[in-house]
Design a protein around this ligand. Structure first.
Ligand SMILES: *[C@@H]1O[C@H](CO)[C@@H](O)[C@H](O)[C@H]1NC(C)=O
Ligand SMILES: *[C@@H]1O[C@H](CO)[C@@H](O)[C@H](O)[C@H]1NC(C)=O
Ligand SMILES: *[C@@H]1O[C@H](CO)[C@@H](O)[C@H](O)[C@H]1NC(C)=O
Length: 651
């Protein structure tokens, strides 16, 4: 901790002094402190100066100085957003809410070539190849060349999508088999007709959630490249056929409904409870499974002992009933269409999300992060930044939560364990020797993006059978915090610290549901309605417009989460004794530590569904004592209702 304090305090001090004396000159206090490694720290100072300067400059630029914060805070904070869109630097024109993602992307792009671990290098290589693919319109052509099971039929496939006469004349029935194709794709992590996925020693069989089914026009547009040069009617016909197929599979057509109902009628047994349903395999599904599992190279032992869990059997039965009634040619067209769509990768950074575990394994080894800050410092920072949150979490959740599971009572200490929990989880989940040996089996062919991609997808799918199921979206699991931690680290390299509290810190409270409270919500519902009745005026006081019950829930939850994030920020300022330095920087921009977070949060929402967010934000803020203290709105001001809501509650 002390090392961290030192680094950060120093950086901030240096920054503050260089602002005061103009860039490049160091202040006296800092110069004395930094004697030993002056050059290095100069560098760090310039870095943090840039972060704060850019961010605060933008914060100020987005505001409309002529609109009063106490009249309509949202209009004030976002008033100049339109002007910013014409900014010469495209980075400045991005809505601030995109920044966190943008920062992660920038970091990845700058560093992927320096990745050192095997999982990281595989991802980096794939990303490099994706970038080099060049012309998008040759996408299908390259796919057909590079994916071995497609390359085997390359000649026939150049005529895709197929019309009936084409299919018959060339006797494609003998060559092209939709069951094979769909199973091959699925075994490479690209399910199109049936979704089979794994968790540790378990096999799930499920229908495709949200089976892609665009309108006929969109189908046609998506194939415009391959249809170029063919008769205009071809696109029309195949799009219509595919649309009928996917609608049928989704149960949107009467034919499909009667199909399943007829079957159910014959069985005349009551519907079994979910999870108890039996999946009846017809010849097609049998073929599909055989090919699929054959390609994944499971041992007989693994297949026999694994738990098998069919989900939503009725839907699978319906979809495969429709497939049985459909010309093989049409199904083939549709399966290949999905493959072509899903492998397009208009944005190569999608790979970093798709193979997040590999990326995080690389980051966790810290090779590319080490020059910026050490892992221990980062963990200590994260622990400090989330202290209040973790404390609340621990007191709210019972002893049977994940803390309880992972840590026997003897290990629990007074201080919070989040850094150690993350370490324990990462050692296991991002175990570099395990991942290296698993992914060491993957051998890329240079410049074969599609072939390599499918290999990596296959390895990932196969690996999931060995791995315990991890849901990184679930705030009850340490996986969630591990991801948050890595995002926090990357963010802290790009943004000033208050930005963390305005984005991820706020989100942490919001997503956790720790602040949900039914009584509080109903009280807010009543109180906000009263505010509307008393103060709403369409012309003069539009910010008091009536809210739906759903909107009230959002205002209420926002209000509480924001307050928690704001308190976190102040807790951090005190804990670090930064308050002097931070005040100094903020003052330079006409801000202070009581106000800055109100702006930073509001500006994430600029120009996005203004009608909704303006209400959420204004109604949330105006009822906060912290807002009144920071902006000192007069008794008549619109942002200062005579009676405040949501403040009478026990903490
Ligand atoms: C700024 O606020 C003033 C006063 O509300 C308003 O008249 C003006 O149109 C706003 N400027 C922009 C660019 O929205
Ligand atoms: C399939 O599994 C066997 C035995 O588990 C192994 O020797 C072989 O290398 C595997 N093949 C592939 C392609 O993974
Ligand atoms: C990491 O993987 C190696 C090799 O598979 C294994 O021996 C080791 O026990 C694993 N470590 C943890 C903490 O899971």
């Amino acid at each position: 901790m002390s090392e961290m304090r030192w680094q950060w305090q120093l950086a901030i001090l240096l920054m503050a002094s260089s602002l005061a004396h103009g860039e490049g000159t160091t202040g006296t206090a800092a110069a004395a402190a930094a004697a030993a490694t002056e050059e290095q720290e100069d560098e760090a100072a310039r870095f943090f100066t840039r972060l704060y300067k850019r961010n605060l400059q933008q914060l100020v630029a987005l505001r409309n100085g002529s609109a009063e914060p106490c009249d309509d805070f949202y209009a004030h904070a976002c008033g100049n957003f339109g002007q910013l869109e014409q900014a010469p630097d495209p980075d400045d024109a991005l809505p601030p809410f995109l920044y966190n993602m943008q920062d992660r992307m920038q970091f990845f792009e700058r560093h992927y070539e320096k990745f050192e671990t095997l999982p990281g290098k595989l991802l980096a290589e794939l990303y490099g190849e994706c970038k080099m693919r060049g012309r998008q319109h040759a996408h299908l052509e390259h796919m057909l060349e590079q994916v071995p099971f497609l390359a085997a039929h390359q000649e026939a496939l150049t005529g895709w999508p197929f019309l009936r006469h084409q299919w018959q004349r060339r006797q494609l029935d003998e060559q092209l088999n939709w069951i094979q194709l769909a199973a091959q794709l699925a075994a490479h992590g690209l399910p199109t007709l049936l979704h089979i996925y794994f968790a540790e020693q378990a096999i799930y069989v499920a229908p495709i959630a949200e089976l892609p089914c665009p309108s006929q026009r969109q189908f046609q547009a998506s194939m415009s490249d391959v249809l170029a040069g063919r008769h205009a009617q071809v696109g029309h016909i195949v799009a219509h056929e595919m649309r009928m197929l996917c609608r049928g599979m989704r149960g949107e057509l009467p034919l499909a409904t009667s199909l399943t109902e007829g079957k159910r009628g014959r069985q005349s047994t009551p519907a079994p409870a979910p999870g108890q349903e039996q999946l009846e395999l017809d010849d097609n599904t049998m073929d599909y499974m055989q090919t699929f599992f054959g390609l994944l190279n499971f041992t007989a032992q693994e297949l026999v002992t694994a738990r098998k869990l069919p989900l939503d059997v009725a839907q699978i039965t319906r979809a495969w009933g429709v497939l049985r009634q459909t010309e093989p040619r049409i199904v083939y067209n549709y399966v290949l269409w999905q493959a072509q769509q899903r492998l397009a990768y208009g944005d190569c950074y999608e790979l970093a999300t798709e193979f997040e575990r590999l990326l995080h394994a690389e980051y966790w080894q810290w090779h590319v992060l080490a020059p910026q800050l050490t892992r221990d410092v980062a963990l200590a920072m994260y622990q400090l930044h989330t202290t209040r949150f973790q404390k609340r979490r621990r007191s709210t959740l019972g002893s049977r939560d994940w803390y309880g599971h992972l840590w026997p009572a003897s290990v629990e200490r007074r201080e919070l364990q989040v850094a150690r929990l993350l370490q324990a989880h990462a050692q296991h989940y991002l175990n570099i020797s395990a991942l290296t040996s698993w992914y060491g089996q993957v051998h890329f062919r240079p410049y074969h993006f599609y072939g390599n991609l499918l290999q990596l997808r296959r390895a990932q799918l196969r690996h999931s059978f060995q791995s315990a199921y991890v849901d990184a979206e679930d705030v009850q699991q340490s996986a969630y915090f591990l991801r948050h931690f890595l995002h926090f680290v990357l963010l802290s390299l790009h943004r000033p610290m208050y930005h963390y509290y305005a984005t991820q810190g706020l989100e942490l409270w919001r997503d956790s549901g720790l602040l949900q409270d039914t009584d509080g919500y109903y009280t807010a519902l009543d109180c906000l309605e009263r505010q509307t009745q008393q103060l709403y005026d369409a012309q003069l006081a539009a910010i008091y417009r009536p809210l739906s019950a759903h909107e009230v829930a959002d205002v209420f939850h926002f209000h509480r989460s924001f307050q928690a994030a704001l308190r976190d920020y102040h807790f951090w300022l005190q804990g670090e004794r930064f308050v002097f330095a931070e005040q100094f920087v903020l003052q330079y921009f006409g801000l202070d530590e009581h106000r800055v977070l109100f702006y930073a949060v509001a500006q994430q929402l600029c120009n996005r569904q203004d009608e909704i967010f303006a209400a959420q934000l204004n109604r949330g803020y105006m009822n906060l004592p912290e807002f009144q203290a920071a902006f000192k709105c007069g008794p008549e001001a619109q942002m200062n209702p005579p009676a405040k809501c949501m403040i009478n509650r026990c903490e």
